[in-house]
Design a protein around this ligand. Structure first.
Ligand SMILES: [Zn+2]
Length: 390
């Protein structure tokens, strides 16, 4: 295994800001403990040096101007930047969880969509929290805080600019247009995740508790989980003699009482190898294809399903035997318009993908705006820290 070297470095320097509002100069000691990693000791050291240089040049601590109370734009940008990162990551986490739930059929489609919506909504609220951040709302209180820090020596007013009345101060903006666009894109992500419930409501599609997805239209395929579990090694099985019937076909007038259905069709030999070979419990299921008869919309189908599964069942240590068992399941499903289930499914994953793209663009735009906000500040001057002075 490759060794990773770590090199630690402590940064200690004096940062002097020139206030954008009153032109006073004030400073503090910036301290950072950083580290660099690399495949060689020299590379780790070089990376640590790079991180140190970056901190000295680019990083700032949060201190309002002790003369006028204004928070400098580069300080504001750090806070706004962090909040937009959190907003984007929370939203993207929601999309990932929604995909895991929906594609893995841990939930039906609508709950998966609501999970995506809930996370992107929280992300939007955090983006709003970033977008409406106003550190310069109370300059009097800001100034009092910084004056206190000056008294304890944490902050130093190096050069007080000629006094000017508070009303004359140009309070810098705390946000840029890009931040508002970022917030709007987060909100758009929420809307995108709500495509499935919107479609279902607009179309008045019937939903089922028995099928995955929960909306089933003529021509769609849906999965039905049996009540019975199958206990097999690594969840393997092979379905034989699969049958799925519409038992009330006569009453419904459908021409096709027998439906096409499939389940797992895995093979294994005389040995199964892997890191974790053990019995696992799963629900038996059938994926049932419904006839493309639009007249079925709104009708309730009674289904009888059956499958004989052959599966490897673990017995004792490292041993298994092939077993065979017949699984049966009866359920009902209310049909929606032709293709509605496929549309719901598509609306869900396309909506989540769209939400993810909105969130990524939102983050990029917001971060660019943060860089621009940082640029509004007067560049800081860096001095060597004189340990005795502070
Ligand atoms: Zn100032």
């Amino acid at each position: 295994m490759a060794t990773t070297y770590t090199s630690k470095v402590s940064v200690r320097c004096v940062k002097q800001h020139t206030c954008v509002a009153c032109a006073s100069k004030y400073s503090y000691v910036l301290v950072r403990n950083l580290q660099g990693t690399g495949s060689t000791a020299a590379a780790a050291e070089a990376n640590a040096e790079k991180a140190a240089l970056k901190a000295v040049q680019g990083e700032v601590d949060f201190h309002p101007c002790p003369a006028c109370g204004v928070v400098q734009p580069d300080m504001t940008a750090v806070v706004v930047n962090k909040r937009f990162w959190i907003a984007g990551l929370v939203g993207l986490a929601g999309v990932v969880i929604s995909f895991i739930c929906g594609f893995g059929r841990a939930t039906q489609i609508m709950p998966a969509a609501y999970i995506g919506a809930a996370f992107t909504l929280v992300g939007t609220l955090i983006a709003a929290w970033a977008n409406f951040y106003a550190p310069n709302r109370d300059l009097v209180s800001n100034r009092a805080t910084s004056e206190g820090k000056c008294q304890t020596g944490k902050l130093k007013l190096d050069e007080r600019a000629a006094a000017q009345p508070d009303a004359m101060l140009q309070t810098p903006a705390s946000q840029k247009r890009g931040h508002r666009i970022g917030l709007a894109l987060c909100a758009a992500a929420v809307v995108a995740t709500l495509a499935p419930p919107a479609l279902q409501m607009l179309g008045g599609w019937p939903t089922n508790t028995t099928s995955y997805p929960e909306v089933v239209g003529a021509g769609d395929e849906a999965r039905f989980y049996f009540n019975e579990d199958i206990v097999s090694i690594n969840g393997k099985w092979k379905g034989h003699e699969i049958a799925a019937y519409v038992t009330n076909a006569d009453k419904l007038g459908t021409a096709q009482p027998r439906l096409t259905a499939t389940t797992k069709s895995e093979s294994w030999g005389t040995t199964i190898s892997g890191k974790s070979v053990s019995n696992s419990t799963n629900k038996m299921y059938l994926d049932v294809k419904f006839p493309a008869e639009p007249d079925l919309a709104g009708k309730e189908l009674s289904l009888n399903m059956q499958v004989r599964a052959v599966y490897p069942h673990g017995v004792g240590n490292d041993a298994f035997q092939d077993e065979s068992k017949v699984f049966k399941h009866a359920t009902t499903v209310t049909m929606g318009p032709a293709g509605s289930g496929t549309k719901l499914y598509r609306a869900w994953w396309e909506g989540e993908l769209m939400a993810a793209s909105f969130l990524i663009v939102s983050l990029l735009v917001a971060l660019k705006a943060c860089a621009s906000l940082r640029g509004d500040a007067v560049p800081t001057t860096v001095f060597q820290a004189d340990d005795n002075a502070r």
